[in-house]
Design a protein around this ligand. Structure first.
Ligand SMILES: [Zn+2]
Length: 446
């Protein structure tokens, strides 16, 4: 639903001439009609010029919450988040004053499944958030796990640092490990990464006939979702296959999220959500957090990426592994320039179009921000870090979004979901821990 403010003679704050209202129509009825008309047409471009003071105030007052940033894949190998960085997307100088809360990705790649190192990796990633980010910079970051923590941090002018696991295989098929991660502070988990695991199907390999799929979630997978509800950990469907989304939505007794996805109606990348999925997610109180990756944003980029660029990932990985920071920066800058020359990146306008579409389909209360910074190779240059958010604020204002709308998109909506998930866990607090195992229960031993 649009929250565009309807100005009419019924509105005492109105500075504009009243809108014509039919005779004998009550103010309440007229207002309802106007709201109906506005919600049908969604945001209208603004006629008043947008001032920089207005942009700055809204950006400052909003609690900007990014639900997905992969800088942890760099901090875990020694990257200093406090130093300005020329080629990455995330560093403290560009976060400070703009970002209210970060969900740092506890990213566990599919490669850790082999040899059973997934939990080891997850624990190392949790440690890099706690040691290399929060403990190393106590004046700037504060450990947070709840909506109230996020609001407190904003008041204290600190960045709330939260964690989300990326890749459900991190629990190594054990609800005990899931509970351990919750206890360590993890507050969401994507049910899969690019790989289908033993209980949930991934978008990444759903078309691969060599992989055994589960039609979404296995019975154990549903118990994972229910245990997440009981604990108060958000169920995240980014990276999952469509049947997994539907099974998770049906199973969960709390709202669910997509921490870094977009609209498939705009870019057909299947990591984006269909309109039907966005509607269903919204109907259950959830939120889709818009990914800033160029292929998520733009059909043109998605269609041409493979032919124009090939697989950039190994090249970026090789550049990132260079020990000398200057050499690393130079290699990354060269890669970026080369890829921009071959295929122009997506734009700020395309981020606005994604947000606008998601709002039209799901409603203003069900859209947020999940940048995927430092997890994707290409983002719009006008929006390549947190200090660029004033540009997005301006673009949204120009499109007709109000300060209230923008605050919801930037953080209000995900805060509401966090509260709902916390509330659900509070309701379930006397429910015993789920004991399900994926196979036969191991025999008790001394
Ligand atoms: Zn991801």
């Amino acid at each position: 639903m649009s929250t565009l403010r309807a100005r009419s003679a019924c509105d005492p704050a109105s500075e504009r001439p009243p809108l014509p209202t039919p005779r004998h129509t009550s103010c309440a009825a007229a207002l309802a009609l106007t709201l109906l008309a506005l919600s049908a047409t969604a945001q209208q471009p603004r006629t008043k010029p947008v001032t920089q003071a207005e942009v700055d105030k809204i950006t400052r007052d909003a609690i900007l919450i990014d639900t997905h940033d992969d800088v942890t894949s760099k901090t875990v190998t020694g990257y200093d988040i406090a130093k300005p960085n020329k080629t990455g997307m995330t560093d403290l100088p560009r976060m400070k004053g703009y970002l209210g809360a970060e969900f740092f990705a506890v990213y566990v790649g599919a490669n850790y499944v082999e040899g059973n190192h997934s939990a080891n990796r997850a624990l190392e990633m949790i440690d890099t958030v706690k040691t290399d980010i929060i403990a190393a910079h106590p004046n700037d970051f504060v450990f947070a796990t709840t909506a109230a923590d996020v609001e407190r941090a904003h008041k204290d002018h600190k960045i709330a640092a939260l964690m989300g696991i990326e890749g459900g295989h991190a629990i190594e098929d054990s609800l005990r490990l899931l509970r351990d991660y919750y206890a360590l502070g993890v507050r969401y988990m994507t049910l899969t990464h690019f790989n289908t695991n033993n209980w949930a199907d991934s978008q990444g390999d759903i078309d691969d006939p060599k992989i055994t799929h589960h039609n979404g979630l296995t019975p154990f997978g549903k118990q994972v979702v229910l245990e997440m509800n009981r604990l108060g950990m958000m169920v995240d469907i980014s990276h999952t296959a469509d049947p997994t989304f539907w099974a998770a939505l049906e199973t969960s007794t709390a709202p669910i999220i997509a921490s870094h996805s977009g609209c498939r109606a705009i870019s057909s990348y299947t990591r984006n959500m269909t309109d039907e999925m966005i509607k269903a997610l919204a109907a259950k109180g959830g939120v889709v957090q818009i990914n800033f990756g160029c292929d998520f944003l733009s059909q043109r980029y998605f269609d041409n990426e493979k032919t124009a660029l090939g697989d950039m990932r190994p090249k970026y990985m090789a550049a990132m592994k260079l020990a000398d920071p200057d050499a690393r920066d130079a290699a990354m800058a060269a890669l970026k320039a080369d890829s921009y020359a071959k295929l122009p990146p997506a734009t700020l306008a395309e981020v606005v179009a994604q947000i606008d579409h998601a709002v039209k389909i799901g409603g203003i209360d069900h859209v947020g921000i999940g940048t995927d910074f430092d997890g994707v190779g290409c983002v719009p240059p006008e929006l390549d870090s947190y200090n660029k958010f004033p540009a997005l604020t301006r673009a949204l204002l120009e499109k007709g979004y109000t300060a209230t709308d923008i605050k919801k998109i930037y953080g209000g909506n995900i805060l509401r979901v966090m509260r709902a998930v916390e509330q659900r866990a509070a309701e379930l607090k006397n429910t015993p821990a789920i004991e399900a195992t994926i196979g036969p229960k191991p025999a008790a031993t001394e």
